[in-house]
Design a protein around this ligand. Sequence first.
Ligand SMILES: Nc1ncnc2c1ncn2[C@@H]1O[C@H](COP(=O)(O)OP(=O)(O)OP(=O)(O)O)[C@@H](O)[C@H]1O
Ligand code: NI
Length: 307
Amino acid sequence: MRGGRSVAAVTDADFDLAAGECLALVGESGCGKSVLASALLGLLPGNAETRGTALLAAPDDAEHPAVDLLAADERTLARTVRGRRIGLVPQSPAAHLTPVRTVRAHLEETVRALTGTPRRERRAAAEAAAERAAFPAGHLDRHPHELSGGLAQRAATALALIGDAPLLLADEPTTGLDRELVDRTADELRRQADRGKALLLITHDLAAARRVADRVAVMYAGRIVEIAPAARFFGEPGPRHPYARGLLDALPEREFTPIPGLPPELTDLPEGCAFAPRCAGADAACAARPEFLAGVACHHPLGASRA
Ligand SMILES: Nc1ncnc2c1ncn2[C@@H]1O[C@H](COP(=O)(O)OP(=O)(O)OP(=O)(O)O)[C@@H](O)[C@H]1O
Ligand code: NI
């Protein structure tokens, strides 16, 4: 950024995601979830730098080799990855739609670009894509500005599924939807995973995560602080990182107790554990940055005796 300052938007993100599996990525606003997704698609702003690797495995057809998404050039990403090997449901769908074209035109164009569907079948294919994402057929001839947030969201989901990509990145795909549509969208995404897709579901909505995810990754201040099987995370013994526990305890159906304080500025992260200033269990050890070990980055994970 200006003045030579930098933002550690995502650090030490280390995880894998298998075919047929859904990993939910949760965490408060600004913790770096969307930056992580954008990095995987080569869609970061021009001032951003990446380090490390993000390996996308080769599909069975062997037409395309495995690719390091962080090292791939724009041409490779545009021609072979986006839409074809990775489907994105973007966080702000309206911004990704072309204002002068109808939803139907978007869908038909995407069907044409990404599938071998013959011209006379494209209309039906576009309508089937809309149906899959619960986009009402009666609104297909609307333009983006005529859509509610929820409709734009469903249009974006429909578009993301057309290429039948083996990896789906869904960034807040249920924002702006009422509970019934949240469940419907979540269930459609789960079906995609059950059909063999790898699904990274970014969400604030822990209920949606619980409904869909096999594993949960929790991010705090740009870091993944815990990764756990969903059954253990939402059930017993529960999260091990105090922040993750705090997120669950804040839910109305649980203790409804907010985590005290606010997340730190990413430009001004503490040296040690970034959560320590808000953590009831913090002590002198937390002045050093905890390593991510056995699924949790915490010096005093819950459920373990204090060392
Ligand atoms: N290239 C950049 N230059 C400056 N700041 C950046 C850059 N990229 C990301 N950031 C900052 O990093 C932070 C991470 O944002 P990100 O959108 O990933 O959060 P998020 O977890 O997706 O939040 P939300 O739930 O609100 O969508 C933000 O505060 C953003 O302003
Ligand atoms: Ni985001």
